[in-house]
Design a protein around this ligand. Sequence first.
Ligand code: MLT
Length: 268
Amino acid sequence: MTDGSMRIAVNEHVLEVHDGGNGTAMLLLHGFPLSSEIFDPVRPVVESAGRLITVDLRGFGGSDAPRGGYGMDELADDVIRVADELELDRFVLGGHSMGGYVAFRLAAHHRDRLTGLILIDTRAAADAPAAVQKRREAIATIEAGDQDRYLEDMLPTLVGASTKARASEAQGRLRAIAAAVPDHVLTGCLRGMIDRPDSRGLLADLDLPVLVMVGAEDELIPVREAHELTDALPNARLKMVPEAGHTPTVERPVAAGDALAVFLRELS
Ligand code: MLT
């Protein structure tokens, strides 16, 4: 039985890791610019099905924020070292949005360590030119000292219309997490996402069980892309979360948590 937070040193910095429950291990990676706090609402139900490990990626949440090293491969290397430290031989890996980009890099280098994959509101394709342009503008805004304006623009895209209409706690919670991220981490990850390779070439060989989850109202990754991702994988199924946008574990924790727990039980 494992239960609790710990700090694990990897690649000359220290990461905040939460490890709870027991049984088959699922390791979940948060998106940008967030932290593993987005998985807090689903922890109890997932831990009733197995072991849940969440990692604050370098620069986020309670982890150290070194000046550099925010490429997706570098973030993935941190994660596999956490798995080594925890003596996780094989595990189910999940990634939300940017965490999914990291999960694809980990799958590219360490496919043999994975028994299942969860892809939450993410995509395998690299950035389209318009997305690169938008990220470059965001980097310029942040480097000009206007992190607030950047967050004002991007935070509404993290939740769907139903969450906005409900004026739920979710938006305030996401804002607080994002506002704590240092500027150099924001710009480092934006550059890391611009530079990430296209992972679509990996999909046909990823024959392990995959759960693709998407909020039905996601404004950042359209539902159509989640269908395409599911179709391109040999052994994937799609879970659409109604009345959720880009962050279903916070917006609709019951539906999202149940889907994760069912998948983990199936792989146990
Ligand atoms: C995320 O939620 O991780 C990011 O919005 C992903 C992205 O910007 O591509």
